[in-house]
Design a protein around this ligand. Structure first.
Ligand SMILES: Nc1ncnc2c1ncn2[C@@H]1O[C@H](COP(=O)(O)OP(=O)(O)OP(=O)(O)O)[C@@H](O)[C@H]1O
Ligand SMILES: [Mg+2]
Length: 407
């Protein structure tokens, strides 16, 4: 079941996305779309939700109702648009929902119009888009290596359905690891006045694995600061374009990281076995765990496990009071070989332990937040699949404190 939402407001877009996130419905959002009719002609929709704040909203309701009589249209209106709402119902909207809404109200309204129009909805049976943030508050802990190889692993399993995004202010390391030369990057995206799926699509560079990449700039002269609100819209749009969106992040707890974390459905907090990096990662993990604004499950991932002189996984568990959720072995020759050739090691060396560990992590993410204990245990230690995970439960609701600090 495919929903299409027209709005001017990225905040409302985010709220609609959150509200329907658990329903298994597809959602494509057109934010400030200048040519809504032409845009919709290229897409499929089972239900249209139209925010009455979009320009010429009533005219659009009428035209959509005439052009797509089989597609129910739900009008969304703030308290200042009650008169327009009445009019919208007269010219073609079949139902309405008032903003701000409770998630259940929106879901019930959509289910209501689907029932009226005879479309059957198998709740939870549709495609749910997953946005996985790969984080860590120290440089060089392996975010890009993990994000890139994880994304490629998923792309081989879900062809044309995975996007990798570099949501940081630095240069594109992913372009080097994948040996791609993106013509358009965040640098040109930052200059776009209007954002919609077509614009984002034009900025994605394809890799031979079918992975699509929204890359950071490849030279310092092109570096741009994309505002957090723009990132919010970009992430909402990206989630409508692929089942898996993997986000490589920066090492700074800034407003962009905050947007990424709030949009995430899973968060990997990467640590390496050295005390400063461990302390930073555990502190990030703890901050996010307590933060009522973070909805996504957190996974503490120990990268470079077994590095000479490093802290053991057991000591990490004991000293910090957290069980590591997954380990990734230290394999400097494999990662160096892959980085210098621009070939992801999960493709060139699929049997290497590191590649298999990433495969298990991908399995676990694909299973979703409620993935089986066995898969979780296997991801924690592929040599001991069948054990149990005692990782702390993830938090699910509220406001992001990182956002509060940096806003
Ligand atoms: N499991 C691993 N085994 C050995 N080396 C690794 C492993 N993971 C990453 N590395 C190496 O660590 C270095 C840093 O990795 P990477 O660039 O992925 O980290 P990052 O967190 O993205 O860094 P930055 O702060 O620059 O964004 C690279 O040389 C990479 O090859
Ligand atoms: Mg990096």
């Amino acid at each position: 079941m495919q929903l299409v939402f027209f709005t001017q407001d990225p905040y409302r877009a985010g709220k609609v996305e959150q509200a329907v996130a658990d329903q298994g419905w597809g959602l494509v959002t057109a934010i400030a779309q200048s040519r809504p009719q032409e845009w919709l002609r290229l897409r499929t929709a089972d239900v249209i939700i139209l925010d009455l704040d979009v320009p010429d909203a009533l005219g659009l309701v009428e035209r959509f109702a005439r052009s797509y009589p089989a597609v129910p249209l739900l009008a969304l209106a703030g308290p200042d648009k009650l008169v327009d709402l009445q009019q919208a119902l007269l010219v073609g909207a079949v139902a309405f929902v008032l903003f701000p809404f409770d998630a259940r109200q929106l879901v019930a309204a959509v289910q209501g119009v689907l029932r009226q129009s005879g479309i059957r909805v198998a709740v939870g049976a549709g495609k749910v888009s997953s946005l996985v943030a790969v984080t860590g508050l120290k440089g060089g802990v392996g975010r890009t290596t993990v994000a890139t190889n994880l994304a490629v692993t998923l792309a081989t399993r879900h062809p044309d359905d995975v996007i990798l995004v570099e949501a940081h202010g630095g240069l594109s390391d992913a372009a080097l690891l994948l040996n791609i030369r993106p013509q358009r990057t965040l640098a040109s995206l930052g200059g776009e006045l209007r954002l919609d799926t077509d614009v984002i699509q034009g900025h994605l560079k394809s890799h031979s694995s079918s992975l699509r990449v929204l890359a950071a700039p490849t030279s310092l002269s092109l570096r741009v600061d994309i505002p957090p609100e723009t990132w919010r819209s970009v992430l909402v749009l990206l989630k409508g374009m692929a089942s898996y969106v993997i986000v490589d992040t920066g090492a700074t707890p800034d407003a962009v990281l905050s947007e990424v974390l709030m949009a995430s459905s899973d968060i990997l907090v990467l640590a390496i076995p050295d005390m400063p990096a461990l302390r930073a990662s555990v502190s990030l993990y703890e901050t996010l765990r307590r933060d009522p604004g973070i909805n996504a499950p957190l996974h503490l991932v120990l990268n470079r496990e077994g590095i000479s002189g490093g802290v053991s996984t057991k000591s990490v568990n004991n000293r910090f009071g957290y069980d590591v959720d997954a380990v990734l072995v230290d394999d400097p020759s494999l990662t160096m070989y892959a980085a210098n050739r621009g070939e992801p090691f999960v493709l060139t060396h699929p049997r290497a332990l590191l590649s298999r560990q990433l495969g298990l992590l991908a399995d676990r993410l694909a299973l979703g937040a409620g993935g089986s204990e066995q898969a979780a245990a296997a991801a924690a230690d592929p040599t001991k699949a069948g054990g149990t995970s005692t990782a702390p439960a993830a938090k699910r609701k509220g406001i992001l404190s990182l956002r509060k600090q940096t806003a």
